[in-house]
Design a binder for this molecule. Structure first.
Ligand code: HEC
Length: 171
């Protein structure tokens, strides 16, 4: 059985810091709905849950799975960082997709407000851009830090807009 050490567990306290840095409010709202859904020119058929489960999470998971380690009781410690140019290029693709995923989360008709929401979506793209540059220079430490920043933004937005999200928090 593989026990995956959560490389990001140690940075969970960062989310509070990020929350403070972003001056997020503790609204306590459990259901969010997009602002200005009328007359949108975008295809927004994916609702927020579908967007999270099928767009954001798979892309972020690929990055996190590439920036950490596993400790297998049978095979021992194993690093997960990309090793070849091709592997670094593959995570660079994912980081680029995450930059743009941050933009599409901010689209009119999907954004929940024009305030904190956009701060978080922008922070997501900024952290993803850090991952993108780190993949470009194949810098493991920066890539790890970028993964931690991405995680902090996800968590901070969830704490602000949907504190009930437990599935993601427990992973
Ligand atoms: C701008 C705010 C925001 C950011 C940033 C954000 N999320 Fe979410 N996320 C939400 C909201 C709001 C919900 C609740 C959706 C609902 O239940 O209607 C949610 C729900 C989820 C869910 C649960 C979906 C379900 O089926 O109930 C997952 C998984 C998730 N997000 C993953 C992520 C990951 C991974 C990231 C970062 C890479 C992230 N989210 C970043 C706002 C955000």
């Amino acid at each position: 059985m593989i026990k995956k050490i959560s490389a990001f567990a140690r940075i969970t306290t960062l989310s509070l810091t990020v929350c403070l840095m972003l001056a997020c409010s503790d609204s306590g709202t459990t259901q969010v709905s997009p602002l200005n859904t009328a007359n949108t020119q975008y295809d927004l058929q994916l609702d927020m849950q579908e967007y999270m489960n099928h767009v954001l999470e798979p892309v972020a998971d690929t990055l996190w799975d590439s920036a950490g380690w596993v400790d297998d009781i049978h095979t021992g410690y194993e690093e997960l960082y990309p090793e070849t140019d091709e592997e670094w290029l593959a995570v660079k693709h994912k980081a680029a997709q995450l930059i743009e995923a941050g933009n599409s989360l901010a689209l009119p008709g999907r954004a929940v407000d024009n305030d904190g929401w956009l701060t978080y979506t922008n922070a997501l793209s900024t952290a993803a851009a850090f991952a993108y540059r780190s993949a470009e220079t194949q810098n493991q430490e920066d890539f790890f830090q970028a993964g931690a920043q991405i995680y902090s933004v996800c968590t901070a937005c969830h704490q602000t807009y949907n504190p009930d999200i437990s599935r993601f928090a427990s992973e």
